[in-house]
Design a protein around this ligand. Structure first.
Ligand SMILES: [Zn+2]
Length: 216
């Protein structure tokens, strides 16, 4: 099997798993992986469990889509912007997972209330400003939010997670949702106790050393 076909299959598997794990209510969310001079991305408006490898759409780095393909996810703009901003990352999972979306709708970034926040590569998980989906404006916000983080919330929308590969991106999206659920509950109790910057620096280094899926 070609590398491309293998990657198309992995994108479908990632999208199906994302849905099965409850991260993407309805048909929300989309998945992509860097490929050749652009990326492969899930098509718009199709149930993930019905996707065939040939339904995954190749979008070139300038947004070009060759004829004969399905229509790419309407959110392809910010996927391309994220790959341009982060040459070191090769996969992206975007979801409207419940708690990440709740915090995003309240314009609440996730601060260092728990050391696991460092799994996204910094001392917080930022929330980028709202812009209409499918616009260059939203793509610019996302590129800015992900330039030194592997995940961000998107105001009034959802969350994005990056990875070196699809498995990492999906795992991080799941972690962001878990942290968002925990932080939401902490906010209900009152003010969170934020870890000091020095401690978060230590955690960030640990995650770099052990890999983001280490069981710390
Ligand atoms: Zn979305």
């Amino acid at each position: 099997m070609s590398d491309e076909k293998q990657l198309r299959k992995e994108i479908i598997k990632t999208a199906v798993t994302m849905s099965q794990r409850g991260l993407s209510p309805g048909r929300s969310g989309n998945v992509s992986a860097r490929y050749d001079t652009g990326m492969l991305i899930t098509p718009t408006g199709m149930a993930y469990d019905q996707l065939k490898p040939s339904d995954i759409v190749f979008v070139d780095s300038d947004g070009g889509v060759m004829g004969g393909q399905k229509k790419p996810s309407s959110e392809w703009h910010f996927h391309l912007a994220a790959y341009a901003a982060r040459p070191d990352r090769n996969a992206l999972v975007h979801t409207h997972s419940m708690h990440a979306t709740v915090l995003a709708c309240a314009h609440e970034p996730i601060p260092a209330f728990h050391y696991m926040v460092a799994v996204a590569g910094g001392s917080d998980i930022p929330c980028v400003p709202y812009a209409t989906f499918g616009t260059a404006e939203l793509a610019a916000h996302v590129a800015n939010g992900l330039k030194d983080r592997d995940a961000c919330l998107m105001a009034n929308h959802g969350q994005i997670a990056l990875g070196e590969n699809l498995a990492q991106a999906l795992e991080l999206a799941f972690e962001v949702e878990t942290l968002a659920g925990q932080y939401f509950k902490v906010l209900l109790l009152g003010a969170a106790h934020i870890l000091p910057d020095a401690e978060m620096e230590l955690m960030i280094e640990k995650f770099k050393a052990y890999g983001q899926r280490a069981n710390l």
